[in-house]
Design a protein around this ligand. Structure first.
Ligand code: ZN
Length: 132
């Protein structure tokens, strides 16, 4: 298991971490298996989505903020209930298959670290398993 650091720069941000995870796969030497990625935070998440047009990231965050506003009569005293909601919606883990030492992703897919209460230094846990 490896714990990587992701430095975020804004309150809300989607950072392409595909190359970080591909690097872990490469260092493991595993040719066939699974890369399990976990976010040990309550106001950040991980997702897979398009990595070609940057407007997709923009639109995801735009719509998310429209549906889950920062202030909406929440009770949580820390004032970041929107961040907790967004994180649970996106989720805290992804599993990506590995074949021939490469991540199995669609042509337009990238893996994103989703910051919902930054900027902060965040952790990303990756474990690469050999399977089959
Ligand atoms: Zn909180």
């Amino acid at each position: 298991m490896t714990t990587l650091t992701v430095k975020t720069n804004r309150r809300e941000e989607m950072i392409d971490i595909t190359s970080m995870i591909a690097n872990e796969v490469s260092q493991s030497g595993i040719q066939s298996g699974i890369a399990f990625c976990f976010i040990p935070h309550t106001t950040a998440a991980i997702t897979i989505n398009e990595n070609a047009d940057p407007d997709v990231k923009r639109d995801l965050l735009f719509k998310l903020n429209k549906e889950i506003p920062k202030n909406d009569g929440y009770h949580h005293a820390e004032g970041n209930s929107d961040s907790h909601l967004k994180s649970s919606l996106f989720g805290f883990s992804e599993q990506i298959l590995i074949e021939n030492g490469q991540l199995v992703l669609g042509t337009w897919q990238g893996i994103y670290f989703c910051e919902f209460d930054g900027p902060r230094n965040r952790k990303l846990i990756v474990k690469v398993f050999a399977v089959g």
